[in-house]
Ligand binder design. Structure first.
Ligand SMILES: Nc1nc2c(ncn2[C@@H]2O[C@H](COP(=O)(O)OP(=O)(O)O)[C@@H](O)[C@H]2O)c(=O)[nH]1
Ligand SMILES: [Mg+2]
Length: 287
């Protein structure tokens, strides 16, 4: 790792009644490989008032457990991010769907690419078996509306695996207590001008019981997109929070250009989207 590069990583995982998945989840984190690459890693499992011993099990397996008594995916992440101490935060569900074993590649993508906020795309054909058709359609609709409203280029607005600089978090105004947190953090990172990138990942069949309520969460997410688009961006620069968008140099990219101003006042940087075949972090055995 080069001098001045980030060296500390917090893996933050929200968990509601995921004890069934916890042993395989913890065993699947590539802690040895990350350590050998020079990363100092903390694993934070946010126990969202589970009733099946998820928190105790995660602790016994070596995680730092943050208790979030207020239920909700967004509430869980907000608590986890406040507790995280790493230069970089990496996220994903506790249901074995996300390829945590590819974190070394994803971290390289972020650090070497000068990216502030890296998100992941599950919506490509190689993953068809892991996602119900109704979920795939819902995701496509929400992602299309999201792109139209925010002028962004994220293909998968609902992916729950993000790798980002922790300093970014304090510059975002993310309010959703529930599943809409996922689209909101992406849209906030985008509209506040952070350098965003999206890479394809493998998505795997879920272990345990699904927590998502597709109809309720889908409609809530749709409403949140419009509410977010219409709300006046809070100028976090005038608060005591750190604003880093100008402190991190944008990568020299031929794709970089100015987009329409939605708000936030920060310079817009175009998302760098690569074709899945250029970035098969998932399926071509890159490790
Ligand atoms: N849906 C939901 N998930 C939660 C909550 N609290 C924590 N989680 C965790 O957040 C992740 C997302 O839930 P999941 O059922 O996998 O939703 P999906 O991946 O969108 O189908 C899982 O790891 C859950 O255990 C909550 O209140 N609601
Ligand atoms: Mg999930």
């Amino acid at each position: 790792m080069s001098a001045g590069a980030p060296t500390t990583l917090s893996i933050v995982i929200p968990a509601l009644n995921e004890s069934e998945n916890m042993p395989a989840l913890m065993a699947g984190l590539p802690l040895g490989e990350l350590g050998a690459l020079g990363w100092d890693v903390e694993v934070i499992v946010v126990d969202n008032a589970s009733e099946d011993g998820t928190g105790d099990l995660a602790r016994a397996l070596g995680a730092t457990v943050v208790e979030q008594p207020r239920r909700g995916y967004g509430n869980a992440y907000a608590a986890g991010f406040d507790a995280a101490r790493g230069d970089i935060i990496a996220t994903g569900d506790a249901d074995l769907t996300y390829p945590f074993d590819h974190l070394p590649d994803l971290l390289r993508e972020l650090v070497d690419g000068g990216v502030d906020f890296l998100t992941t795309d599950r919506l490509h054909r190689a993953n068809a078996a892991a996602m119900k058709t109704s979920h795939a359609i819902g995701n496509a609709v929400l992602s299309t509306v999201s792109r139209a409203l925010f002028g962004s280029a994220f293909r998968d607005s609902q992916s729950g695996m993000w790798i980002f600089r922790r300093s970014v978090w304090s510059s975002l105004d993310v309010r959703s207590p529930g599943m809409a947190f996922s689209q909101e953090i992406k849209n906030e990172a985008w509209r506040r001008g952070f350098t965003c990138r999206e890479v394809p990942i493998e998505y795997r069949p879920r272990g345990g019981v699904v927590k998502l309520n597709a109809t309720r969460d889908g409609l809530t997410n749709l409403a949140q997109l419009f509410a977010h688009r219409l709300r006046r961006p809070v100028d976090l620069a005038s608060t005591s929070q750190d604003v880093v968008s100008t402190a991190i140099p944008a990568p020299a990219s031929p794709l970089a250009s100015q987009g329409p101003s939605i708000g936030g006042g920060a310079p817009r940087r175009v998302i760098d989207l690569r074709e899945p075949q250029d970035a098969t972090l998932a399926s071509d055995g890159v490790s």
